[in-house]
Design a protein around this ligand. Structure first.
Ligand code: MF3
Ligand code: CO
Length: 256
């Protein structure tokens, strides 16, 4: 069942979304050669605590990993797709890209958003990877309208990414979000006909998060049990927003 949120609940999700936005803006401004992914982690944790919120990822258990995730951020560099772990040893360098993904719990409601940021100048094909991934999210957001169906979102991401020669990661998906970090529905970034295709209704809140590889789509998880990387070592981009279905169209909760 996909929960439909009241306007009071949507306002709470909005506050969580804006907190995540402010954190990501701050971290984006910090990204530079020589900065470590742990520097980003420390800044994020401070902002979350100062806001009276809790990190949504730290302590989050998944069956697949078999452990609790130990950080407030996922920082996934270059061929890392998602769930890269912050480290004092991981110094960013020019030409890298870093996906920064974070979630918060504020007043009982979750926020979750991600961006991929270039470190200094990146080459043209990497620029295009970031641009196409971000565009695919924007085009999907525009489908978050009452009366449309889930596959309109999935298919829009899939078409834009594949028609530009990049590939969709299939092992990880977006999700509903609300009083849990992950709620129904699952939101693959491709049309998965094995899944349901519910109609979108006002009050539904969706976290849409395209994960796109420059090369082949296949991924594997490193021995740390969390970090997912592209099998072929190609760069991977990731953007995420939480979007509410309203009577007036899409409402992106995770940006002003
Ligand atoms: N944005 C990702 C998601 O929604 C990050 C989750 S990291 C975890 O699934 F640690 F919480 F699993
Ligand atoms: Co998410």
């Amino acid at each position: 069942m996909i929960v439909r949120r009241s306007s009071v609940e949507l306002d709470k999700l909005r506050r969580s979304g804006l907190l995540v936005y402010q954190i990501l803006e701050k971290l984006k401004s910090m990204v530079a050669e020589g900065v470590t992914t742990q520097d980003l982690e420390i800044a994020a944790e401070r902002m979350i605590t100062d806001a009276g919120a809790k990190p949504a990822f730290k302590g989050y258990y998944t069956q697949a990993a078999g452990t609790k995730y130990p950080f407030v951020l996922c920082t996934s560099v270059n061929e890392e797709v998602i769930h890269g772990m912050p480290s004092p040893k991981r110094k960013l360098k020019k030409g890298d890209i870093v996906s920064i993904d974070t979630g918060v719990l504020l007043n009982g409601y979750y926020g979750d958003s991600a961006i991929t940021v270039p470190v200094g100048e990146v080459n043209d094909s990497v620029k295009r990877l970031l641009k196409v991934t971000q565009e695919s999210l924007e085009m999907a957001i525009d489908k978050v309208r009452a009366g449309n169906r889930l596959f309109d979102i999935c298919g829009t991401v899939e078409k834009h990414v594949t028609s530009n020669g990049f590939s969709i990661v299939r092992e990880f998906v977006g999700h509903g979000i609300g009083t849990s970090l992950h709620e129904e529905p699952q939101i693959p970034n491709y049309v998965d006909r094995r899944g349901e295709n519910p109609r979108l209704k006002p009050g539904m809140v969706l976290a849409i998060e395209p994960m796109v590889n420059a090369g082949k789509p296949d991924t594997r998880v490193l021995s740390d049990k969390w970090t997912a990387v592209s099998k072929d070592g190609s760069y991977s981009a990731h953007f995420e927003h939480m979007v509410a279905v309203t009577d007036n169209g899409p409402w992106v909760l995770s940006r002003p």
